[in-house]
Design a protein around this ligand. Sequence first.
Ligand code: SF4
Ligand code: ZN
Length: 265
Amino acid sequence: MFEMNDRIAVAVSGGKDSISLLHILSKIEADFPKTTLKAITVDEGIKGYRDEAIKSAAKNCNKLGVEHLTVSFKDLFGYTLDEITQKTPTKKLTPCAYCGVLRRRALNVAARQIGANKIATAHTIDDEIQTFLLNIVHGDPSRTARSSSVFSPNHLGIVPRVKPLCEVMERESALYAYVKRVPFQEMPCPYAGEALRNDVRNTLNRLEEKHPSMKYTIYRSMEKVQQAMEESIKEKTLNECENCGEPTSANLCQTCQILQKLETL
Ligand code: SF4
Ligand code: ZN
């Protein structure tokens, strides 16, 4: 996932997984003098939740001596996530659907800003297989090809992404944070309860309990599906969004589609 001279931007939300990843990468990076490590936190604007997470992220970065940049939805897009959910009461799209698209953009913009050539995110095996099953539940398995643990984009404007914890279980990443006594935010996002993801998470946990290592079996199946789909994705070339100039496969990028829709509400 990494090269000797990488300029790594680690995405730190302030939760246990990203804080564990920050500590682990910082420890490893100390042995590679040509590598740099910086942290990015995206402030979606979720009242009563994100402020504490940002503090926790800042505290850990400070302790480790890692440079920390925070970027906000409000500054980048003109709305907080709370404002977006208030504007879209019909719930056609869940807050997580808006959040996912805008956060990916925010991370990419921030990573370019600090000169990173790689973004490391703290997706665990649980996140990965939940997304895999969700794509199937939503009838869109082709999305699986775009979420591999090493994402090498075919456009210079997109910073490559890696997921170093993709074969680590969420409970192990939590255990690391507890054993190392690192401070992290324990409260879950208030919007998380609305997601279908919770049902998928519970189903997978029940399966793992009854059939140990089932999560790894599903993960290996996901890898095979990704490999099979990779070729068709590679052929797609990306253009620049006609509105903001960011890379996209359509004429208008997903971020601009969301922002234009919000303007009409
Ligand atoms: Fe965003 Fe949903 Fe995660 Fe909350 S749970 S931070 S709304 S993606
Ligand atoms: Zn755009």
